[in-house]
Design a protein. Structure first.
Length: 344
């Protein structure tokens, strides 16, 4: 299975070898190009520039992956691509290339949900999970808790009602003048600060449900930064640490609440924020204390990548929830709730 990811600002291509279920597909090779440097000058992703860069990168990356894997295009049995959610123009690049390859090779193609790719990505790790489990999905503009009983069997337990955790990291970093992308920069700076230096809010921490809200935290960071005024530079590391601590505490407590509500003993964390060191350390400690297994993607597969798309496509076929088809008309879904896959 060849996988192509082009939902936002990273072009990813990968090849996985999928046997019969329950064998987990094996990653043969993957390659990734990040557009971060290109978008830095604008302080965020410019959709048109992102789309054009995907056009430039996707075929060279495909050749690179095939070379790494020691395979030829003729060896590809099916092609998976990210159908959504994401930027419409960027999605169309991956979809168009995937369907063109499928048509040229006379191979079937399969449109994959970007978030399902993240959700299943820990199956490529050295410690893959087993169904069922609770999933904390923290990717870009998405923060969700899901009950996962199998491929395509997802129950939404809670989600953000405004900003996602990743947006809270990025927007807070921008308020602190840390540039783009802000989340990783804020986390690095936080390692030098005192998380107890500022009392920042933990929105919806005691709401009694599993929903999230991070917009109020961003406003609190802005208010505190203005109060500091000329002292901000000297206290920036402390404010970064306090911001990270607030986000992590909410994610931790809500995840533990989801485990308690479902009675499940296994947690999967997926998405870019899942690479955060503080989050991993606190989840690991809390889950050990409670006898819960926690699983993460490999660090290289936390961000958007083609491996998770190839994997998700292969696992959907293995599970019999969908078939790749030799039909080459395509569309994309910039907005596509993950729960719509239920029962597919």
């Amino acid at each position: 299975m060849l996988g192509i990811e082009s939902s936002c600002d990273e072009t990813g291509v990968a090849l996985v070898d999928a046997g019969a279920a329950p064998t987990v597909p094996r990653l043969l090779a993957h390659a990734l190009h990040s557009q971060v440097q290109m978008h830095q000058a604008y302080g965020g992703v410019v959709p048109e520039l992102a789309s054009r860069d995907h056009i430039r990168r996707v075929l060279p990356l495909t050749h690179e992956v095939l070379q790494q894997a020691g395979r030829q295009l003729a060896d590809v049995d099916a092609v998976a691509f990210t159908r959504g959610p994401g930027l419409a123009g960027a999605l169309l690049v991956g979809a168009g290339v995937a369907c063109a390859l499928g048509a040229a090779l006379e191979r079937p193609v399969l449109g994959v949900h970007h978030l399902e790719g993240h959700l299943l990505s820990p199956f490529l790790s050295a410690d893959p999970p087993q169904f069922p489990f609770v999933a904390l999905l923290v990717s870009g503009g998405h923060t969700q808790l899901m009950r996962v009983d199998g491929v395509g069997r997802y129950q939404l337990l809670g989600e953000t009602i405004d900003d996602a955790a990743g947006e809270a990291f990025d927007k807070s970093a921008k308020l602190l003048g840390l540039g783009y992308p802000g989340g990783p920069a804020l986390s690095r700076l936080a390692q030098q600060g005192d998380a107890a230096a500022f009392a920042l809010p933990r929105p919806l921490l005691h709401s009694g449900d599993l929903d999230f809200s991070f917009a109020g935290l961003k406003t609190a960071v802005l208010t505190q930064a203005r109060k500091l005024g000329d002292q901000l530079d000297a206290r920036k590391a402390d404010l970064a640490a306090a911001t990270e601590a607030a986000i992590v505490e909410v994610l931790l407590k809500k995840s533990l609440a989801a485990l308690k509500a479902t009675g499940l003993r296994r947690l999967v964390v997926a998405g870019g924020v899942g690479a955060n060191r503080r989050l991993r350390a606190q989840l690991d400690a809390a889950c050990v204390q409670r006898g819960v297994r926690v699983h993460y993607p490999e660090l290289a597969l936390c961000t958007d990548n083609g491996a998770m798309i190839a994997l998700a496509g292969a696992m959907r076929i293995q599970a019999g929830v969908e078939q790749a088809r030799a039909e080459y008309a395509f569309d994309v879904k910039p907005r596509w709730p993950l729960e719509e896959l239920q029962g597919a």
